[in-house]
Design a protein around this ligand. Structure first.
Ligand code: ATP
Length: 347
């Protein structure tokens, strides 16, 4: 059982900076969990504490039921895949993949068998005698994966493994890594700042902001029920529209006075309204939408403009007639999310 359990894990760097506030969550055996958040949110620090590359200031870390706070990285039964691949340039692919096993004094015949199995799995069989410099970026990434796989670890840790690849290769490799992880069934923790990677690869996503967990959930939960304006605007491209509105006279009203939702007459004060661009209905309803720019994306179009003087984007299918100028939109009630304007929390 390679379950991972974080109990109030906290990191304060020697200069006094609290990079990770006490954070708790459990990862199930075989689960693929993605830690996502903007630069500096603490995701690498958290991963490095799990790997044992960074001391844990306080809290408890268990891997496969064993408390590992003070266990050496080499004894945690983990394999880590880094952004820069960390391959040895003077060694062949075969030796790079088998290196960790050789260090563990595994018999040569077994190393050969495991390396060849991993190479077949990763489409690297024809490249075993090349050096890393004779490989493409995607192939180097696969070698790094191969080195992790042959060790047969309880846990894979990935630190932004695709960030050095171009967009097309990233898409391809993200599918490959996900498929491979499912096939091997190894519990995995994957760090990225790319919300598309998080959405497409994760069984569950942990969204981090300024060293704090903002939300934990499946990609669908995170996307459809964001717990805060931070999550709403971080996940989704383009992000959820967030419009300032007011509780007034028994309704939630835009600054232009248009009522978009019924509310108790007793409610007063500001409120933030959220709606995903694809939930906006163009040409229906009575909310004025001033379109400044139509972005053509082939299968669909993005309309960028303003509602009640605030930035707003609508996503429409390709045969919807759309040009810059004055439009009306419907904001379907079922698609609206309400957030506390002050705290950003979902209401
Ligand atoms: P990125 O995507 O840019 O790598 P990240 O989310 O992985 O960002 P971390 O590298 O975990 O962020 O860093 C979290 C915070 O801790 C940052 O504000 C960073 O400046 C700070 N930090 C990192 N290492 C140290 C250190 N050794 N001493 C003090 N502060 C540090």
């Amino acid at each position: 059982m390679a379950q991972v359990s974080l109990n109030s894990i906290r990191k304060v760097y020697p200069n006094g900076f609290e990079a990770v506030t006490p954070s708790s969550f459990d990862i199930k055996d075989g689960e693929f969990v993605v830690l996502v958040g903007p630069s500096g949110c603490g995701k690498s620090t958290l991963l490095r504490m799990i790997a044992g590359l960074e001391d844990i200031t306080s809290g408890d870390l268990h891997i496969a039921g064993r408390q590992v706070n003070h266990v050496d990285p080499a004894d945690r039964d983990i394999a880590m895949v880094f952004q820069n691949y960390a391959l040895y340039p003077h060694m062949t692919v075969r030796r790079n993949i088998g290196y960790g096993l050789k260090n563990r004094k595994t018999p040569k015949a077994e190393i050969d068998r495991k390396v060849e199995e991993a190479a077949a799995l990763l489409n690297l069989s024809d490249y075993l005698d090349r050096k890393p410099s004779q490989l493409s970026g995607g192939q180097r990434q696969r070698v790094a994966m191969g080195r992790a796989i042959v060790r047969d670890p309880a846990l894979f840790l990935f630190d932004e493994p695709l960030s050095n690849l171009d967009a097309k290769l990233r898409n391809q490799m993200r599918i490959e890594i996900k498929a491979l992880q499912k096939r091997l069934g190894v519990t995995s923790i994957y760090v990225t700042h790319d919300q598309v990677e998080a959405m497409t690869m994760a069984d569950r996503i942990v969204v981090l902001n300024a060293g704090r967990i903002e939300q934990i959930g499946t990609p669908s939960e995170i996307y459809h029920s964001p717990a805060s304006t931070f999550v709403a605007s971080f996940m989704g491209a383009p992000p959820m529209n967030l419009v300032q509105a007011q509780f007034q006279d028994g309704a939630v009203r835009l600054p232009c006075g248009t009522a978009v939702l019924d509310a108790p007459t007793s409610r007063r004060g500001p409120i933030t309204l959220g709606i995903r661009p694809e939930d906006v209905r163009l040409g229906q309803g009575q909310t004025a939408f001033d379109v400044h720019l139509v972005e053509e994306l082939g299968a669909h179009r993005l309309l960028h403009g303003q509602i009640a003087g605030q930035p707003f984007t609508a996503h429409v299918v390709k045969d919807t007639i759309a040009s810059p100028g004055a439009h009306v939109v419907d904001l379907p009630r079922a698609a609206l999310a309400l957030f506390d304007t002050q705290t950003g929390a979902r209401l």
